[in-house]
Ligand binder design. Structure first.
Ligand code: PLP
Length: 460
C-alpha cells in the first residue's frame, strides 16, 4: 500500500500513456533522425515516457497527435497567459501576416506596444524589443557594464537567465556538483567558455550579498534576479530582501535588474515590481508579453536606457520589433489591461483554488508536500517546508513528483516536470474542479482504473 502511494502506480500509468500515445512515439523516433535529440530545446528531452507531439490547442486544452486532450498547466512553459490560440491574438497575427511578416524597419506597432509596456511597468521609461528572454538579459547586462564601466555582475544560485555562457552557471547544480565546485561557478553541460564575470550568492542571503559588495563592489555592474524565483521552486523573496537589493545596488552605483521573463504580465499587470512594490533600474520580459509569439523586451529607467537610445550600447537583431510578434503582444496586453487588469483577479482566484486544493489533497493522502508562489504561477514540491534557497530545495523528492506528473498525464492533466504550474486566463472553475478530481484519482493507491476504463464505465 505504502509502495503504491509513493509510486502513484507509475508502471501502470506509463503503460496507459504509452498505449494512448503511439503516434507521438513514432514521431519521436522519426524526429530524432533529422532533428538533434528530436526536440527543439534540450530541456524538453526529459519528458516521460517520451516527449509528446501536439497538433492544436484551444483555451485551457491542448490536443496531441493521437487525439488526446489535456488540461494544460504547462502553457508552453509560460507564454500562453490567455490560453491556447485566443481568438483576439490569432486574428491580430493573421491580419498582420496578410500585410507583412516583417519590415526590418520602423512601423506603428513598435511604439504602440512600447507605450503599453511603459504605461504598465513602473521602471519602464523606455523599452526595446528582441525575440527571446536570453537576448534581452544579455542586452541588460551589457547596458549595466556600459553605464558603470564595471566588468562583473552578481547572480543568485538556482536563478535562470537564459542559455548564454555568461549566465548559465549554478542553475540547477546537484549537491555533489556544489561540493566539488567549492564556490567556483558551475556550468551546465560542456562547451561553455570560461569567464570570471559572475559573482554568486544564495537567494535571500543578505550577508552573502553584503560580503560580495564589500569585497568587489567597485567591480559589480549589476545584481540580476528573478524577483520570485520561479525557475527553482517559486521561492519568494524573504521579507524586505528585494528592498535590500534595491538599497545596496543604489548605494554602490550598480544597477538592479529584475528578470521578469516569467513574472512579467503574469504575477500582476505590472509584473513582480508592481506586485512587490520594488522598482528596479532595468527589467527583462518575454513569455507572457507575446502571449505565445516570440517576443522579448528590455524596459528601464531613462538615464540608463538613453545609452541604448544614443547608440553607445549596441542593441541589434534582424527580427527585433517584428510586426507579427508585436501584433500578438498588442492584442495580449490590451486584453490583460482591460478594466484595470480585472482578468488578474480571476486568474489569481482560480489559481489559488487550484493551489490550495492540491495542497489539501496531498495532505489528505498523507504526503509531505508544500506549495509556493500563488495564483497564476506556483510550485508543488514534495518536502516538509517551503525552501528559502535553492540548496534547501535540493531536499525535494523529485522522483516522487515525476511519478505524479505521469499519473496526472494519464488522467489528462499536463504539467511541467519541474513542479511549476501555470494558470491562464482561459482556465475556468470547471477546469479547476476537473483537475482536482483527476488529482484525487492520481493519488488513489487502490487498484486503479485507467482513463479509457473509466470513460467506458461512465458511458454505461
Ligand atoms: C527567468 C527567465 N529568464 C530568461 C529566460 C530565457 O528566456 P528564453 O527562453 O526566451 O530565451 C527564461 C526562460 O525560461 C526565464 O525563465
Amino acid at each position: 500500500m505504502f509502495e503504491a502511494r509513493t509510486s502513484f502506480r507509475a508502471e501502470e500509468r506509463e503503460r496507459n500513456v504509452r498505449a494512448r500515445t503511439r503516434r507521438s512515439a513514432e514521431f519521436y523516433l522519426r524526429a530524432q533522425q533529422s532533428l538533434a535529440g528530436g526536440v527543439s530545446s534540450t530541456i524538453r528531452r526529459g519528458a516521460r515516457p517520451y516527449p509528446l507531439f501536439f497538433e492544436r490547442g484551444a483555451g485551457s486544452t491542448v490536443t496531441d497527435v493521437d487525439g488526446n486532450d489535456y488540461l494544460d498547466y504547462g502553457l508552453a512553459w509560460g507564454p500562453l497567459i490567455l490560453g491556447h490560440a485566443p481568438a483576439v491574438v490569432a486574428e491580430a497575427v493573421a491580419a498582420q501576416a496578410r500585410k507583412s511578416l516583417t519590415f526590418g524597419a520602423q512601423h506603428e506597432l513598435e511604439f504602440e506596444v512600447a507605450e503599453m509596456v511603459k504605461a504598465l511597468v513602473p521602471c519602464a521609461d523606455l523599452v526595446c524589443f528582441a525575440c527571446s528572454g536570453t537576448e534581452v538579459v544579455q542586452t541588460a547586462l551589457r547596458l549595466a557594464r556600459g553605464v558603470t564601466g564595471r566588468p562583473k555582475y552578481l547572480k543568485f544560485e538556482g536563478h535562470y537567465h537564459g542559455w548564454d555562457d555568461t549566465v548559465l552557471v549554478n542553475y540547477h547544480p546537484t549537491a555533489e556538483e556544489i561540493r566539488a565546485a567549492a564556490g567556483r561557478p558551475i556550468p551546465v553541460g560542456t562547451g561553455q567558455r570560461a569567464h570570471d564575470t559572475v559573482i554568486l550568492a544564495e537567494w535571500n542571503d543578505r550577508a552573502a550579498v553584503e560580503r560580495a559588495f564589500d569585497a568587489q563592489g567597485h567591480e559589480i555592474s549589476a545584481v540580476i534576479c528573478e524577483p520570485l524565483l520561479c525557475n527553482s521552486g517559486c521561492i519568494p523573496p524573504a521579507e524586505g530582501f528585494l528592498g535590500f537589493l534595491r538599497e545596496i545596488t543604489s548605494a554602490s552605483g550598480a544597477l538592479l535588474i529584475f528578470d521578469e521573463v516569467i513574472t512579467g504580465f503574469r504575477l500582476d499587470l505590472g509584473g513582480a515590481q508592481a506586485f512587490y512594490g520594488v522598482t528596479p533600474d532595468l527589467a527583462t520580459y518575454a513569455k507572457a508579453l507575446g502571449g505565445g509569439a516570440p517576443l522579448s523586451a528590455l524596459a528601464g529607467r531613462r538615464e540608463f536606457m538613453d545609452w541604448i537610445a544614443q547608440g553607445q550600447v549596441l542593441h541589434a537583431g534582424t527580427l527585433n520589433g517584428n510586426p507579427l510578434s508585436l501584433a500578438a503582444a498588442a492584442a495580449t496586453l490590451k486584453t490583460l489591461a482591460r478594466d484595470n487588469g480585472a482578468v488578474f483577479v480571476d486568474m489569481w482566484r482560480r489559481g489559488e483554488r487550484l493551489r490550495t486544493g492540491i495542497e489539501q489533497a496531498l495532505a489528505a493522502a498523507g504526503l509531505r508536500a508544500v506549495t509556493s508562489g500563488g495564483g497564476p504561477i506556483f510550485q508543488v514540491s514534495f518536502m516538509p517546508a517551503v525552501a528559502t534557497t535553492y540548496r534547501e530545495l535540493l531536499a525535494a523528492d523529485t522522483a516522487l513528483y515525476a511519478n505524479l506528473v505521469l499519473a496526472l498525464l494519464d488522467e489528462g492533466i499536463l504539467v511541467l516536470p519541474d513542479g511549476r504550474w501555470y494558470v491562464s486566463a482561459a482556465h475556468t472553475d470547471e477546469d479547476i474542479d476537473l483537475t482536482l478530481q483527476a488529482l484525487e484519482r492520481a493519488l488513489d493507491a487502490g487498484p486503479g482504473l485507467s482513463r479509457p476504463d473509466r470513460q467506458e464505465r461512465e458511458r454505461r
